[in-house]
Each structure stands twice: as structure tokens, then as C-alpha cells.
Design a binder for this molecule. Structure first.
Ligand code: NAP
Length: 308
């Protein structure tokens, strides 16, 4: 829907994330009321990267809000891969832990793929384990990574029609863009309830002219690169839905501090788009909310009462 001002409708990630958190809280109360233990999330963080610390803090705050119990295992930057694997093994075997995540990125010398695969698939609430990604690729039920699930939820709750539409996903990372592309193109009749769009995937070797060409044909653009200003007004078809996953921290000339921006030239693109997510306040809050949903669902599955 376009407004009379002809400006794109803002997709309010804070509002939808709040809705999702309320739903999780209600479902959790029902689950616990039925005699099940309060779901528990353990987050492991290695080193002292300030951005990672902030992300983990946000997740712990969200847990408190929805009633999930949680703890952070903060390990020093000197932690070896073997030590981290040992801790993951202990937590995999701890019945009290329903959800387990290892905050990325990890320090040099630790192989992220080995670590993601070590987290038990049943507790892998980030959905980064090869089994969960494989299940998603095969349209089978599993745990879907939180950011892609958040993008899907925003499209659904804003009634963005994806069926048979052209979508472009910019970025091909295994934890973010690839699962988004899988959800967008896959069959809505299958267990993962895909979105039936026709999807083009772009990456750093897509020539800029080609990127512009495919974007101009897109009804939906999802951009997850981390390059401010990548998507400009001339690349957007009038009325298209723009989902900006990118987050970059850049100096703010007005305040002399730092500010967060996405990959989209927001002010000019909103003049042509039909819908657009802001940064911050778009996809970001959805990621944390979907993590809460994944944790509750993991606890339900482990208790043998998963949703159909
Ligand atoms: P990533 O692993 O660095 O992937 C970035 C992708 O962008 C790569 O596939 C890369 O292509 C592609 N790329 C780089 N330059 C490009 C260009 N000029 N044109 C087209 N594609 C280009 O990052 P990520 O983990 O996927 O995250 C992407 C962005 O999303 C980051 O800004 C991150 O901070 C943000 N993010 C946000 C959330 C959220 O909750 N909002 C969650 C996760 C990530 P190659 O594969 O060819 O290198």
C-alpha cells in the first residue's frame, strides 16, 4: 500500500518484534503451565569484541522479557578451539540447556564451521549447524536462522506478496543471505513454508551494471552486504519492497558520534519504494525476537511437544 505522500510504508521491525515476543511469552506460559521446565538459553562469547558483547546483552534482555532463563559463558580471547569444543560438548549433554549459541565472529585460530557444527542440531537456536541448513535446503523442518526467519516474518506480517514475484537477494553468506534466498524461492506447500518467489542472488562479483539491472526488475530486494549506500533510488522499481539487513557503524557528522546505517540510501529510496525497512528498527530487532521463538520451539521439541 502506498500513502498519499507517495513515500514508502515503513516496515516497523520494533513493532513486529514486540508482537513476536508477546506471542512467545504467552506460548511459554502455556508450556510451563503444562508442567514443563522453563526453557533455557546459554550464549557463549569468546573475547571482548564490543559489538558481540552488545548483541549477547540484547539477547539476554530479550530472554528476561519473554520468560526464558539464560546465562552467558564469557571465555577469554586466549580460549583454544579444543577448550571451546569441550564446553559445547558439556552443554550439548546438559538437559537443562534447551538452546545453545556461540556468538560470531570467533577469534582467529578457531574454525567457525567446526564450532557451528559442534552445537547439537536440536539446541542450535541460531540454525547454523550443517544439519539445520541442510534441512532448510531440502524443505524439511529444522531450526531456521533467526535473521532470515525475521525477514520472512516481516514480509508475511506486512502482507508483501512474494508468490511468483521477482526477488533479489544481495549477498551469499551461509548464515544470512543464503537461508533468506532459500526461504524466498522454496515451495510454500512444504514444511518450511517457502515464499514461492523467483530469486536472483548477487554477490561481490556481480558487475554493478548487472546488479542495477536485476534490482530494477525486482518486486522485493533483500540486501545483506554491509556496504552503506549500495542501493540507490535509480536501482529500485517503483512500489518494490526493500528489506535492508545490512548494518554498518559510521561517523555521524551531526553529533560527532557513531550511528548505524544499512546498505540502502534510505531517504531517496523511500521516495520510490512501496515498503522499506529502516536501520536501525527494521530487521535488527526481528533477529533477537526470532531467536526467542527458536529457543521456545527447541524446548518444545525436546519435550516432545513441537508445534506442527
Ligand atoms: P558477510 O558474510 O560479510 O557477507 C556479505 C556478502 O555481501 C557476501 O556474500 C559478499 O559477496 C557480498 N558483497 C560484498 N560486496 C558486495 C557488492 N559490492 N555487491 C554485491 N554483494 C556484495 O556478511 P553477513 O554476515 O552476511 O552480513 C551482511 C550484513 O548484514 C552485515 O552488514 C551485517 O552486519 C548485517 N547483519 C545484520 C543482521 C541483523 O540482524 N540486522 C544480522 C546479521 C548480519 P562474496 O560472497 O562474493 O564475498
Amino acid at each position: 500500500m502506498r500513502f498519499a505522500s507517495n513515500m514508502a510504508q515503513i516496515i516497523d521491525g520494533n513493532r513486529i518484534a514486540n508482537e513476536v515476543r508477546c506471542e512467545v511469552r504467552l506460548q511459554l506460559e502455556k508450556f510451563v503451565g503444562a508442567g514443563n521446565r522453563v526453557p533455557h538459553l546459554t550464549a557463549i562469547i569468546v573475547g571482548e569484541d564490543p559489538a558481540s558483547q552488545t548483541y549477547v546483552e540484547k539477547k539476554i534482555i530479550a530472554c528476561k522479557e519473554v520468560g526464558i532463563s539464560s546465562e552467558t559463558k564469557a571465555l577469554p580471547i586466549t580460549t583454544t578451539q579444543e577448550e571451546l569444543l569441550k564446553l559445547i560438548d558439556e552443554l550439548n549433554n546438559d538437559d537443562k540447556v534447551n538452546g545453545l549459541l556461540v556468538q560470531l565472529p570467533l577469534p582467529a585460530g578457531i574454525d567457525e564451521r567446526i564450532i557451528c557444527n559442534a552445537v547439537s542440531a536440536a539446541k542450535d537456536v541460531d540454525g547454523f549447524n550443517e544439519l539445520n541448513i541442510g534441512r532448510l535446503a531440502l524443505d524439511m523442518k529444522g531450526i531456521v536462522p533467526a535473521t532470515p526467519l525475521g525477514v520472512k516474518t516481516l514480509l508475511e506480517r506486512y502482507n508483501i506478496n512474494t508468490f511468483g514475484r521477482n526477488a533479489v537477494v544481495i549477498g551469499r553468506s551461509k548464515n544470512v543471505s543464503l537461508p533468506i534466498a532459500i526461504l524466498l524461492h522454496s515451495d510454500g506447500r512444504n514444511a518450511t513454508k517457502g515464499m514461492d518467489a523467483t530469486v536472483t542472488i548477487c554477490h561481490r562479483y556481480t558487475p554493478p551494471k548487472e546488479l542495477t539491472r536485476v534490482c530494477r526488475q525486482a518486486d522485493i530486494i533483500v540486501v545483506a552486504v554491509g556496504k552503506p549506500g549500495l542501493i540507490t533510488k535509480d536501482m529500485v522499481k517503483p512500489g518494490a519492497c526493500i528489506i535492508d539487513v545490512g548494518i554498518s557503524r559510521i561517523p555521524d557528522e551531526a553529533t560527532g558520534k557513531f550511528k548505524l546505517v544499512g546498505d540502502v540510501e534510505f531517504d531517496e529510496v523511500r521516495e520510490v519504494a512501496g515498503h522499506i525497512t529502516p536501520v536501525p528498527g527494521g530487521v535488527g530487532p526481528m533477529t533477537v525476537a526470532m531467536l526467542m521463538k527458536n529457543t521456545l520451539n527447541a524446548a518444545k521439541s525436546q519435550a516432545g511437544c513441537a508445534d506442527k
